[in-house]
Design a protein. Structure first.
Length: 128
């Protein structure tokens, strides 16, 4: 009894890639682009989290101040109203700081895109 080995055959069709343009980028431009991209950072959510925290405390303090009986000591009311006012102010400030930081990070992304457009602008456009 002879042992037969299976034979596998497949047909392959080799396709050549389509032609496309390529840029020969000078090292100085490439290093400038890498440096610009390395400065891009993901958005920090610390100030956004703090804003939501403070703006979550504010309605609670407002509800507590509004639901106090009329014969409550003035000290407790002052504390609740001051917690409401300070947490509302802190929440608004944290929102503003978050959006200012986010705007600066977006500017850095735009700077990288401008750098790439500058590099592309050094080469003539090819009609396709």
């Amino acid at each position: 009894m002879t042992k037969q080995t299976p034979v596998f055959s497949q047909e392959y069709e080799l396709k050549s890639p389509s032609k496309e343009g390529a840029y020969a980028v000078p090292e100085s431009d490439w290093n400038r682009l890498k440096k610009t991209i390395s400065r891009i950072k993901s958005g920090d959510t610390l100030f956004l989290s703090l804003a939501f925290f403070f703006l979550g405390v504010a309605p609670t303090a407002l509800f507590a101040a509004m639901s106090m009986p009329p014969n409550t000591e003035d000290v407790k009311l002052v504390i609740f109203w001051s917690v409401f006012a300070s947490s509302t102010l802190a929440g608004i400030i944290c929102f503003i700081v978050h959006f200012v930081i986010r705007r600066d990070l977006t500017y850095t992304k735009k700077e990288a895109e401008d750098c790439m457009k500058d590099i592309e602008g050094q080469y003539p456009k090819q009609n396709q």
